[in-house]
Write a protein that binds this ligand. Sequence first.
Ligand code: BES
Ligand code: ZN
Length: 456
Amino acid sequence: MKAITYAHAHSERFVEELKAFLRIPSVSTREEHARDIQRAAEWLKTRLLEAGFPRAEVLPTPRHPVVYAEWLEAGPDAPTVLIYGHYDVQPPDPLELWETPPFEPTVRGDDVFARGASDDKGQAYIYVKAVEAFHETAGRPPVNLKCVFEGEEEIGSPSLPDFIREHRDLLAADVAAISDTHILGKDAPSIVYALRGMAYVEVEVTGPGADLHSGIYGGAVHNPIHALCEMIAQLHDADGRITIPGFYDRVRELTPAERAEMAKMPFDREAWLEETGASTDWGESAYTIVERASARPTLDVNGIWGGYIEKGAKTVLPSKAYAKISMRLVPDQQPDEIAGLIEAYLLESAPPTVAVTVTKLHGGPSAIVRRDSPAMQAASRAYTEVFDKTPVFVREGGSIPVVTTFQQVLGIDTILLGFGLPDDRLHSPNEKFHLPNFHRGIETVIRFLTHYGDEA
Ligand code: BES
Ligand code: ZN
């Protein structure tokens, strides 16, 4: 294929461009980076126009803009693929643990290290370069293309559902394609067919009306940090099960066939321990590690704070304690219902010495996509040709809420064409993207779009 030859010939320049993208610190959760978010959106729009898209625009939302592009010249009979990616990134903290600065992309060996390298700038940019390759060879892509690149994915996509509802006609397509997941290994391609959902809450526990001297009042006034720790400690039982009443009521149990399929998946416990740095595994003993980390619902405290946490000692009995708690959901758990259940449980389990408030931060349901569609077949064929191995279907523990929004609002399934690797350190220091996967990703997308255009 000429487009692939073109991509190979220009691979070095593609990496330089990706590095420019990675230099923009588009951290969506921090107000002080709002201008960087805007800059990243404009940068991407310009690259889309250069790649050949006749239309590319930065469209405002209540918070961070969506970059929209389209190229609809493949003819009325050709299918339309809606590409989604996100140009925002997680905060890089803790900065001191990075070997090279998070926004100074550095190539070491086969990897480029930077915040957003794999999640998701590197993977999103694959589509821009695949389209450039079609533009410079065949003249246009083999299918109609629409793109939505958002700037709020890492904060739970607050504006995106309304944006999609308001632009339902503009975004109409036959299938969506997202590269924001990983494959099992360098030479072990996989396609994600299920993602977990999310319910995220913040808890505030108030004890005394102000910070107190712990010598004068300690022992007689209940410390809200202690109260919070006690409440959190009882959210799991000794077997790793979540104790919130009703939490498991709607969970669709795994079928024996699904469990058998997961058991067959290549999984190396030692390599997994190495990847995590954990000394051993933890969790529901009735389920395998693969099941626990992808197909079972979970609860994690993401942060806990209160009192004095600076250097040195301060004898304080704090007034307040806080925690952020996220729960990963599986079919058919409902985010709002689960957030309501944890709120009720925390209020009920709070000792009478403190006042508790629970704020819902964000949520989204889990998603499962069809595995037997023509688009899925085209994707599977593309991976097989590029990686020389048939991809296996896997469930993924992370969340991409837009997959469900596309199903519900646009009535389309998503093909999750991931090119990350399990050890990419998403959301962690020293995030990286394996550059051979960047190039193979471009080739896979070129083949996917070509096969889908041929078959559909
Ligand atoms: N790329 C991830 C999703 C992901 C994580 C896929 C791990 C595969 C493996 C995405 O950018 C992400 O982090 N999503 C958030 C969504 C949340 C804020 C609703 C997540 O999963 O925490
Ligand atoms: Zn992420």
